[in-house]
Design a protein around this ligand. Structure first.
Ligand code: NDP
Length: 476
């Protein structure tokens, strides 16, 4: 029998398998036996073990040395040690990617634990009688989940695991004997990304940004209706790693009506709260889109620390959604303004008025910056790709803030028309006599410093405006 080492320092080591960690555990021995903190979230997080959120603890008891199990790659993370005895552990990376096939082995006694990321094939061989092998997992076992396992043969010649007890003398199940060789294994795909609200301006831009990505799924209201929470419950969330919520009740004036108020709160506040709870439960990264309307616009520029001061129902419901989402530990609140995307938008409307010889009155006392939907999609992609610190990020185009009237003039000019046809008016004049009009913040410009600090350079709003007007003219 191996001698159990007591008095180790808690230490975490990396291995050739990315994300697979070996943890040295302090074991305290005395005349009665020994004691260890097998999993201690706070201390281990500080040393780099992921906050993997275990939900199930399993123990496999192995009566005889030579019992060998595996190689199983499971669709969840695992944290393994032994409570008594000793095993030889072997792991083969079966995830898609460059590290596919990477192998690592180590003996585990009660003073050693390992963290096995989802998709890494796991096997062990008991080396002592009465070995109690214990592990935590962060999803509940189900027959459905078992259908997502990936297997590798214990005797695979590429992995070439040097079993201390030759497999010919070991105790194996018939099922484990039948697993395929590495060349025939289908690698486990990463957890997918789910995008909600894919028919809106930002949703369409995300479809373009991630076109061809097999790990991204796009859902419209027909599949997930945020006003109907039951449609959220039918999703198998553990197969997803990231949810991007681009759906919202965006009719700011309709939100001021009795029915609109109910809808706005259901979609913009209650649904994000449910998404945040699901994100916490399943370890999802939640990306949610927020609005400059969470502020009253009294400051000329808004940074991410400004306190909420929404004027109307839409802004109030969006602020509530932001607060709910911020409770999910892995969240990105993307705060944007004045979105220009596919379909009906301010620029296309102005270009059309210019062509048709109309001389519009346009609001001149609301100042901000455009956010082309493609820039928002590019920023979301960037923040996820660089694994930026979680939190709120302002996202819009860069450049000098301008009023809607100034933007309209620029559209007229670029389209080859007289910009003098645009008459700036005040917001009060523009909406005079109209009922159920939501109050608008006078200043919508967002401070982009935090986004830029992640290495993202937002493009100038007028540069993109010009390109867009040109594309409208050419029918592109
Ligand atoms: P759009 O109005 O273009 O799109 C909103 C999408 O949400 C639509 O596709 C709509 O679906 C979907 N939706 C509405 N209700 C539901 C529901 N009950 N269930 C599922 N989907 C629903 O909005 P944008 O793309 O412009 O907005 C994206 C985000 O940006 C939103 O969070 C918005 O608050 C925010 N934002 C927008 C600004 C703007 O100027 N537009 C400014 C600042 C922030 P359907 O197509 O079926 O109607």
């Amino acid at each position: 029998m191996g001698e159990l080492e007591t008095g180790k320092q808690l230490r975490v080591r990396e291995t050739p398998i990315p994300g697979f960690l070996v943890i040295d555990l302090p074991v305290h021995g005395d005349n009665r036996g020994w004691f260890k903190e097998n999993w201690q979230r706070e201390k281990q997080l500080a040393l780099g073990v992921p906050d993997f959120g275990p939900v199930q603890n399993n123990i496999s008891f192995n009566a005889q040395p030579g019992v060998t199990r595996g190689i199983h790659a499971e669709p969840w993370d695992k944290y393994i040690s032994v409570a008594s005895g000793r095993v030889f552990g072997a792991w083969v990376d079966l995830r898609e990617g460059d590290s596919f096939g990477a192998t690592f082995t180590i003996e585990i006694d009660p003073s050693v634990a390992v963290f096995v990321p989802r998709g890494v094939g796991n096997a062990f061989q008991a080396l002592e009688p009465d070995t109690a092998y214990t592990y935590l997992v962060n999803d509940h076992w189900s027959a459905e989940a078992q259908g997502e396992y990936t297997f590798l043969n214990l005797a695979d010649p590429t992995a070439a695991i040097d079993w201390p007890i030759p497999l010919a003398q070991a105790e194996l199940s018939d099922k484990d004997r039948a697993h395929p060789q590495l060349a025939d294994v289908t690698p486990m795909a990463p957890r997918k990304t789910l995008v909600l609200g894919v028919n809106g301006q930002v949703g369409r831009a995300l479809r373009q940004q991630w076109a061809g990505r097999t790990d991204v799924e796009f859902a419209g209201r027909d599949r997930i209706d945020l006003a109907r929470p039951d449609t959220l419950e039918s999703i198998r969330w553990s197969t997803y790693g990231t949810v991007v919520n681009a759906a919202a009740h965006t009719a700011v004036d309709a939100a001021e009506t009795p029915e609109g108020r109910v809808d706005a709160w259901a979609v913009n506040a209650a649904a994000p709260a449910r998404l945040a709870a699901l994100a916490a439960q399943h370890g999802l990264t939640l990306v949610h889109i927020s609005s400059d309307y969470v502020f009253d616009g009294s400051r000329p520029q808004h940074d991410e620390t400004e306190r909420f001061s929404p004027l109307g129902v839409y802004g109030q419901s969006k602020a509530a959604g932001d607060l709910a989402v911020s409770v999910a530990s892995r969240h990105y609140v993307i705060r944007t303004s004045w979105v220009v995307g596919e379909g009906k938008n301010f620029i296309a409307t102005m270009a059309s008025l210019a062509e048709r010889g109309i001389a519009p009155s346009v609001v001149g006392d609301q100042v901000g910056r455009l956010a082309f939907a493609s820039e928002i999609a590019r920023a979301i992609d960037h923040l996820l790709a660089v694994d930026a610190p979680h939190g709120t990020y302002n996202v819009s185009n860069a450049g000098e803030p301008a009023s809607w009237a100034e933007i309209a003039k620029r559209v007229f000019e670029r389209a080859g028309h007289e910009s003098g046809r645009v008459t700036p008016v005040t917001t009060a004049e523009y909406y005079r006599g109209k009922a159920d009009i939501a109050p608008r913040p006078p200043h919508s410009s967002l401070d982009l410093g935090r986004l830029e600090a992640t290495g993202f350079a937002p493009r100038d709003q007028f540069e993109m405006l010009d390109e867009y007007v040109d594309s409208l003219a050419s029918g592109a």
